[in-house]
Design a protein. Structure first.
Length: 279
């Protein structure tokens, strides 16, 4: 079987739908200081299914609110726009992007892993004094190139899954073996097509090779968060392999044992709460 080259795969990305409109607006608002919160809240509230998922999370014990919030506008007032933006973006992307019809590929487990990395990235960002909102989104979307490969070339990706199992290697290693490139390369191309902010583009492109970005930049944090999510078995995969952490990333982030324990605890609690967004 001849597999599509990276150029051919990139050319076929037009088969994917555009990023959902509300999600695109939320992504653009990352770089804007004059976001019309009221207008955006009204837009979000128009999608009752998305609003309901977000309000379930906002009212969960994780946030410990004294009173129930009944609207997206109330949630923004109580939790802050950044938190609500992350929650809405998650619910919108998970429900709005297509499922891949590929034997052996689970859409549910794919998004469980993305959400696990998002929550781990948020916990790391808080501990390190970084922008938690942006890193949460980068974590959620870090493997979006894999979903694109599954949707655009499902039969080819089925071979990746079979190769990974037969050779007991990671999906990324199997992608390189079958295609000659991996989901990070496809994710970078998709990030350009969808006009993602540069920081999120870098996280998608270099999360398996953080040396391609700054030693303590977004890609490095997502690389670390990916390892945390897999160590905690948040995706529920039976054959998850722990990635090899980049030594320069470990040194640059400089997390001591106490800080790491707090990040792990916050990640587990946050994931248990945010799973409500998956429907």
């Amino acid at each position: 079987m001849t597999h599509p080259t990276l150029a051919e795969m990139t050319a076929r990305l037009h088969k994917l739908p555009a990023m959902p409109v509300v999600a695109a607006e939320l992504l653009s608002s990352l770089a804007s200081d004059d976001t019309e919160v009221d207008a955006l809240a009204r837009r979000i509230a128009q999608d009752q299914a998305i609003a309901a998922r977000v309000l379930r999370v906002a009212n969960s014990p994780f946030y410990g609110l004294q009173t129930q919030v009944g609207s997206i506008r109330d949630a923004i007032v109580v939790l802050g726009f950044s938190t609500v933006r992350s929650l809405v973006l998650t619910a919108t992307v998970v429900s709005g992007l297509p499922a891949g019809r590929c034997p052996g590929f689970s859409q549910e487990l794919f998004w469980r892993h993305g959400l696990g990395v998002a929550v781990a990235a948020r916990a790391l960002a808080r501990k390190l004094g970084r922008r938690a909102d942006e890193l949460f989104i980068a974590g959620l979307l870090h493997d979006i190139g894999r979903l694109a490969m599954v949707v655009v070339a499902p039969e080819d990706y089925a071979e990746v899954i079979a190769t990974s199992r037969a050779q007991d290697c990671t999906r990324q290693e199997a992608e390189m073996s079958v295609f000659g490139y991996d989901h990070a390369a496809v994710g970078a191309a998709l990030a350009q097509r969808w006009n993602f902010p540069p920081e999120i583009h870098d996280a998608l492109a270099f999360h398996h090779a953080p040396a391609g970005g700054a030693p303590d930049g977004p890609a490095a944090l997502i690389h670390y968060a990916d390892a945390i999510a897999k160590a905690l078995d948040l995706d529920g995969e039976e054959d998850t392999q722990l990635p090899r952490l980049d030594p320069a990333t470990i040194v640059a982030l400089d997390l001591d044992q106490s800080s790491l324990a707090q990040v792990l605890s916050e990640t587990q609690a946050g994931f248990d709460n945010c799973r409500l967004l998956l429907g």
